[in-house]
Design a protein around this ligand. Structure first.
Ligand code: SF4
Length: 254
């Protein structure tokens, strides 16, 4: 098994399937993974196997390293399309997430005003007002909703604390459309969210949330759990087309 631990606080730039030239911002320690989910498909591995010993980067360190990297990219003439909060775990769990977003927007405006600020989040902290408000200030607020079935969530996303999907859905509605829903479809032994019993209820909830966009995707890298398989191109295309038919832009990544 070869899972990935990203450098911290800045990594890349990397070419992302969905985002273009992406400069990564990782608010977790450089030597391990900290997440409020423990997804069986996580490219960073299981939480228990990747416990860090280092602290999270401070707000000051994130701003300093981001500015240094942006200065380098400006000098090289290769500006990022997007500054992406992602990495070894849940970015919104950083205690100074909101302030770091403000620093990042300021540096983006200064060095690469055409780049988007994008957050990839598992949605577990969106009940916090300061996290909600910070996500309203970013360009792309990409929130995970793999299914609306609590049993599947407990088997696949495996929240490490209290998680009530109905509450998450209500908080997602409170973004009033400033939200991109990201959903991982996959299949494997005892886990398969590609069938109608999962897709139908998920789609009904997506329509209620009214996101600006939906991104459906599938496994792309090695996973810590064995026996997981990609959703097929045909399955993803069919789901994408149903979302589009509901009037919501949708992309599929294979
Ligand atoms: S939410 Fe993301 S970082 Fe956290 S365990 Fe799941 S895939 Fe990994």
């Amino acid at each position: 098994m070869s899972t990935v631990i990203y450098p911290s606080p800045i990594f890349g730039p990397i070419h992302s399937r969905r985002l273009g030239i992406s400069l990564g911002i990782n608010l977790q320690p450089a030597d391990g993974k900290v997440c409020t989910f423990d997804c069986i498909y996580c490219e960073c591995g299981f939480n228990k196997d990747r416990r860090p010993t280092l602290p999270r980067p401070s707000r000051q360190l994130v701003a300093q390293k981001l500015e240094e990297q942006l200065q380098k990219m400006v000098a090289e003439g290769q500006l990022p399309d997007v500054l992406t909060f992602a990495g070894n775990g849940e970015p919104t769990a950083h205690p100074h997430f909101a302030e770091i977003i403000d620093d990042t927007i300021r540096l983006r405006d200064q060095y690469c005003p055409h780049a988007k600020v994008c957050v990839l989040s598992n949605s577990t902290m969106i009940h916090r007002p300061e996290v909600h408000d910070a996500l309203m200030r970013v360009d792309d607020n990409i929130l995970k909703l793999d299914t609306v079935d609590p049993t599947y969530i407990n088997k696949v996303d495996r929240p490490t604390g209290h998680y009530d999907v109905q509450q998450i859905i209500e908080h997602m509605k409170s973004f009033h459309g400033h939200i991109i829903i990201q959903t991982m479809f996959m299949q494997g032994e005892g886990v398969d969210n590609t069938g109608e019993e999962f897709v139908g209820p998920w789609l009904e909830v997506v329509k209620q949330i009214k996101p600006q966009q939906v991104m459906v995707y599938t496994i792309d890298r090695e996973t810590p759990a064995q026996g997981l398989e990609k959703a097929s191109r045909e399955q993803l295309d069919a789901i994408r087309d149903r979302v589009i038919a509901a009037g919501i832009p949708c992309t599929a990544s294979y």
